[in-house]
Design a binder for this molecule. Structure first.
Ligand SMILES: *[C@@H]1O[C@H](CO)[C@@H](O)[C@H](O)[C@H]1NC(C)=O
Ligand SMILES: *[C@@H]1O[C@H](CO)[C@@H](O)[C@H](O)[C@H]1NC(C)=O
Ligand SMILES: *[C@@H]1O[C@H](CO)[C@@H](O)[C@H](O)[C@H]1NC(C)=O
Ligand SMILES: *[C@@H]1O[C@H](CO)[C@@H](O)[C@H](O)[C@H]1NC(C)=O
Length: 588
């Protein structure tokens, strides 16, 4: 673990020898200040839906540990991710800023970083709260998923790596879990109907070329060899390419790193949950005597699904349910470690999901639903405006100030964690940039009962699809949709293309916008009309103005998803063993 800065910090020196009476006498004021600084334990689950958690209304899935955080602390029923996809959502979470401000909002259809050997990622001049905590002497670690880039330059340099964004210690995947990382050979490419059509065209093409070849061979027709053979070769390549690509995707994308070294490639999923839990327990054990920040970022419950033997077939909801229950078990193990070390009273605990359940995730093999369930909310992952994509099951616990069983129904944002954490750690929020998050504590302690977010803007990539407006009085929370994804007929998902898109023919535009009162109609079932709401025009113009003001605060920055920035560069591929056959197993 990095030791940098320790010698220069008297607070840390004090604690590392805290048993020494001499030091107690020498620096009592520093020590008492040290004592009040909280630890932070933040959990982020991948693709967990609003309806997948017991305390959010699911009575058949077992999540006792998450429920316990809520009953000992608070439940945020209207807590919003800044994006309905992982990369931008996580960028906003760690920086307290809308993804568009850091260039982490895509202009095109690929809204997450698709490979690790490219140059896009969270820019070095963006400041995460991990960086600020680390500078203040906290021990910091990220265990699990990162997905905010690795290298900035074509020459390497790892500037997007978690170690360079405030985490002393990193163990996990620099990218994400993919369906391709499973051992069953399932792939999202196979799930897309586009791929099926494409494959059929290719086979037809190849069959045509083969019959031409045969007829030529039998002397029935007269064509030249060269063009014919070229055609056949091309066809074969076209069919073979995705296959080769898929076979290679697993070793290339499914890897674990420990700090800057590849630890396991491709990773084995079976014991991944206890493996990551062990790393977190070790970190807590080693840092129990000083303030720490642990970000346990699950690879679950994204596909490929995986569970230890113990959890296989245990839930009432198939593989997906097993994954939720194993994830909850992991949360419990880490909370138990806090209890055992006597740290629970001084540790701020928070759990959320990066985006909503992925409704289009269905196994090709046996038709099981492998994506989350968004409960009382409409839509899901990838659908930027519908609450199913962005309203996250969120619980937190902070025994010092939050009464057990607190419920906050006001709209809040994951970007709020940034200023909240900094305030609890008695640190200033950066003043040289726009911070979109607001301190959560006044709402959590009841000194305020109205959110500071008059408006929340809902982006799909770099486009604004919707905006939410909380008027200062009254019980309504308005949401205007300017654009919504076109769902497949008779469904509420984009099954044909697997994930809804943000622009062009893939969306419907609404003018006037589709308006809902999400406080009273969380499923967004009944659109508000000028007939049903006399203030319709006024509400819409207020929201329009809120959106305009927001837009005028956004500066142009380099886009991290530009084609240049997402291009796969073989020489940047982390690889243990001999490229392209990267392979090693964790010996740690
Ligand atoms: C509970 O979660 C499972 C798994 O996502 C889902 O299939 C089920 O419908 C949910 N039940 C309720 C009552 O929300
Ligand atoms: C986790 O740690 C426990 C206790 O030290 C050990 O028994 C177990 O094998 C470890 N599991 C993994 C997957 O590393
Ligand atoms: C909360 O709301 C009520 C009614 O809207 C108001 O009377 C009360 O003063 C508010 N409390 C706080 C702490 O702001
Ligand atoms: C980071 O650097 C870029 C490029 O110079 C600049 O456009 C952007 O405003 C900077 N961001 C911050 C937060 O300073």
């Amino acid at each position: 673990m990095a030791e940098g800065g320790m010698e220069s910090s008297p607070a840390v020196c004090c604690v590392s020898v805290r048993s020494s009476l001499l030091f107690l006498l020498l620096c009592p004021s520093v020590l008492s200040q040290q004592d009040v600084r909280p630890n932070f334990l933040l959990f982020m689950v991948d693709d967990l839906g609003y309806g997948d958690v017991g305390c959010f209304g699911n009575d058949t899935i077992r999540t006792p540990n998450i429920d316990r955080i809520a009953s000992e602390g608070a439940k945020l029923t209207h807590h919003l991710a800044a994006a309905s996809m992982c990369t931008p959502s996580r960028a906003a979470f760690l920086t307290g800023r809308y993804p568009v401000r850091s260039g982490m909002a895509a202009h095109h259809g690929i809204r997450y970083l698709p490979n690790i050997a490219s140059t896009g990622g969270l820019p070095p001049n963006e400041t995460t709260f991990a960086t600020l905590l680390k500078q203040a002497g906290y021990a910091t670690a990220l265990i699990g998923k990162w997905h905010l880039g690795l290298h900035c330059a074509s020459t390497g340099g790892l500037c997007h790596h978690p170690n360079n964004h405030g985490f002393d210690y990193f163990y996990g995947t620099p990218i994400t879990n993919f369906r391709e990382c499973g051992e069953d050979g399932e792939s999202i490419y196979y799930m897309s109907h586009l791929y099926a059509i494409y494959k059929q065209i290719c086979w037809a093409y190849l069959a045509g070329a083969a019959s031409l070849l045969l007829m030529k061979f039998l002397g029935k027709i007269h064509v030249r060899w060269l063009p014919l053979l070229t055609l056949v070769t091309l066809c074969t390549l076209v069919i073979a390419f995705p296959k080769v690509f898929l076979v290679q995707l697993r070793p290339w994308n499914c890897l674990l790193m420990e700090n800057e070294k590849v630890a396991e490639q491709p990773y084995s999923l079976r014991d991944l949950t206890p493996n990551l839990v062990n790393k977190s327990l070790k970190f807590i054990d080693e840092n129990a005597g000083r303030p720490f920040f642990l970000f346990h970022s699950f690879l679950k419950v994204h596909t490929a699904l995986f569970a230890t033997k113990e959890f296989e077939g245990r839930s009432l909801h198939g593989r997906y349910g097993d994954n939720i229950e194993e994830m909850d078990w992991a949360v419990g193990r880490i909370l138990d470690a806090l209890d055992q070390k006597g740290l629970s009273h001084k540790t701020f605990v928070y759990l959320t999901s990066d985006n909503g359940g992925h409704v289009e995730e269905i196994s090709v093999k046996d038709g099981q639903r492998e994506g989350g369930h968004n409960g009382i909310l409409r839509g899901g992952k990838g659908m930027a405006g519908w609450d199913g994509g962005i309203r996250m099951p969120t619980v937190l616990r902070w025994p010092k100030d939050i009464r057990p069983g607190t419920v906050v129904d006001e709209p809040t944002s994951q970007m709020d964690v940034f200023p909240t954490v900094l305030r609890l750690a008695q640190l200033n929020t950066p003043a040289d940039r726009v911070i979109d998050g607001r301190d959560l504590m006044p709402l959590l302690t009841g000194t305020k009962n109205l959110t500071d977010h008059r408006f929340l803007i809902h982006y799909c990539g770099s486009r604004i699809h919707a905006a939410r407006y909380r008027p200062p009085t009254g019980g309504s929370i308005w949401k205007a949709h300017y654009a919504t994804p076109k769902w497949d007929p008779g469904t509420e998902g984009c099954y044909e293309i697997f994930l809804c898109q943000c622009r062009g023919d893939y969306v419907n535009h609404h003018d006037p916008p589709l308006l809902f009162d999400v406080a009273n109609d969380p499923f967004e079932r009944s659109p508000i009309t000028p007939e049903s709401e006399p203030k319709f025009a006024e509400i819409i113009s207020t929201i329009d103005k809120g959106v305009k003001d927001h837009m005028s605060s956004v500066e142009q920055v380099e886009n991290q998803f530009s084609l240049r920035n997402i291009l796969w560069r073989p020489w940047l591929q982390p690889c243990c063993g001999h490229f392209p056959f990267c392979s090693c197993t964790d010996v740690a």
